[in-house]
Design a binder for this molecule. Structure first.
Ligand code: SF4
Length: 481
């Protein structure tokens, strides 16, 4: 985490609520250490939190021992994610013993899911704040300063933090997130997100364009538009997506959808690469695919979670589409954006999944041949439809065996995809020095594939043509041309 004292570039709120870049923020007299877990939305939210706290005199620090306030921004997507946080709190207890004035807070999805009960279960925790309540942090910290514990886990119908200029915590000065929507209305039967992040609402496209402009002016070369479900981005003047039909005719007619927003951002910052995550097959419109094909700077890469290859299991998961419909979308992606890279999310061992269903997942992998994927076995989540209505009846042993088979198949496809790129040249956006070899740089192609190559005089932020000479299952290796 960056320390404001060093005078790093900083975004701040201007009079019109638009972001402005200012240099050399006042020296902070207090320090917050923020640890983010889970998805990119949490990392993006931590930048919002750092900004809100900077107005309370908090600088950010990477050194947990230097902190006056420790915030864990948590994930609830699997039980293991929550266990990780509870184990981390055991370590933080040492800091609290050494510094009794230290304040500890839990943010994010676990805060929203467990709520005030966390204060009883974890005695060293002083405050619990849900993903929509970060603007209340200053009040909650005053509560704690008054010797009380504090909680705010109210989910909002409006909040998008569009008026808060994030403090960039990513640290490479090359890539940055812009969150465009919050919440999810899809209610997939296994997913805890709708309960921890609330209903879908989209951010004003004007503030998104403003933030993109500011990032470009600050020298960033890649922006990722973020949301739990970016495809259902819908700006019609504010309010929940589900209330769109109640909006005036004029508001409906001038509504901005995801394809429109992608084009606007691409035109606004033509020298900046645009990525987006996460898509949802049931909401993705072909217009988004055409927007990608029309703009050189929108990357040829789509993360398109599938979760299962079996139409029966997809129905149980309430994914809103069949295997055939998903494969139809894959065909259209490859027709409209030739060579587009695609990745997936997959869940093995969902309740009721048979060996035949599992074989359908393996055959779907063979049919699509994804570039890469995020693969897990089913973890039952409290209060989800699946937890309430379905028996978690696939044994852990079978879950693990099926996951091993899915990962092995994906690995062979990823290696095949990479081997096919040897001998070709790709434009790479340099993100930094390779962790494994200080004489090498690493970066990504438009396909979101990592490439390493000898440094020469190139630096982070450069776009470099790299000829691929070799590869592994996860990385391409090359030479700058
Ligand atoms: S689309 Fe489904 S899996 Fe994704 S966040 Fe929404 S409910 Fe969860």
């Amino acid at each position: 985490m960056q320390d404001i004292k060093e005078g790093k570039t900083q975004m701040e709120e201007s009079r019109q609520g638009e972001a402005t870049v200012i240099e050399n923020v006042q020296v902070a007299n207090k320090h917050v250490y923020i640890e983010s877990y889970g998805c990119s939305m949490n990392f993006s939210d931590s930048e919002i939190v750092a900004s809100i706290l900077s107005k309370e005199g908090y600088g950010t620090t990477k050194n947990v021992d230097e902190a006056d306030l420790i915030l864990l921004n948590t994930c609830s997507i699997r039980d293991k994610a929550e266990q990780t946080v509870r184990n981390r709190l055991v370590h933080i207890n040492r800091n609290k013993k050494e510094n009794p004035d230290l304040k500890v807070g839990i943010l994010g999805c676990m805060a929203e899911r467990v709520k005030g009960k966390l204060l009883d279960e974890e005695k060293l925790v002083d405050l619990v704040v849900g993903p929509d309540a970060y603007k209340d942090l200053p009040n909650l910290l005053r509560e704690v300063d008054g010797g009380r514990k504090a909680v705010n886990v109210i989910l909002s119908k409006e909040e998008t933090y569009g008026d808060i200029a994030p403090v960039r915590l990513g640290g490479n000065g090359v890539t940055a997130f812009i969150s465009i929507t919050r919440g999810c209305d899809n209610m997939c039967s296994f997913c805890v997100v709708p309960f921890t992040r609330g209903r879908e609402r989209s951010r004003n496209f004007q503030s998104i364009l403003e933030e993109a402009r500011q990032l470009a002016d600050a020298g960033y070369k890649e922006i990722t538009l973020l949301g739990q479900n970016v495809d259902s981005y819908l700006w019609y003047g504010g309010g929940l997506k589900k209330d769109f039909s109640k909006a005036s005719e004029a508001a409906q007619a001038s509504a901005v959808r995801f394809g429109d927003l992608l084009r606007m951002v691409a035109k606004e910052v033509p020298k900046v690469r645009i990525r987006f995550s996460t898509s949802n097959p049931q909401d993705m419109k072909d217009d988004v695919l055409y927007a990608i094909s029309e703009h050189e700077n929108i990357c040829d890469y789509i993360h398109l979670p599938v979760q299962s290859g079996s139409t029966k299991v997809l129905a149980e998961m309430k994914r809103g589409h069949t295997r055939e419909e998903y494969l139809g979308l894959i065909d259209r992606i490859r027709k409209i954006i030739p060579g587009c890279a695609i990745s997936h999310d997959m869940i093995c061992g969902f309740p009721g999944e048979t060996e035949e269903d599992h074989q359908e997942t393996l055959s779907l992998l063979d049919e699509v041949k994804y570039d890469f994927g995020y693969m897990y076995y089913y973890s039952e989540r409290p209060n989800t439809f699946a937890e309430k209505k379905m028996e978690d009846n696939v044994s852990l042993e079978v879950k693990k065996r099926r996951l091993t088979e899915v990962i092995a198949k994906q690995r062979s496809h990823s290696l095949g995809t990479h081997q096919a790129k040897v001998g070709k040249t790709f434009e790479v956006l340099v993100e930094g020095v390779s962790k494994k070899n200080k004489d090498q740089l690493y970066g990504r192609t438009t396909h979101n594939t990592v490439v390493v190559f000898p440094k020469k005089d190139f630096i982070a932020g450069d776009f470099v043509e790299v000829n691929i000479t070799d590869c592994t299952g996860g990385t391409l290796i090359g030479e700058a041309v």
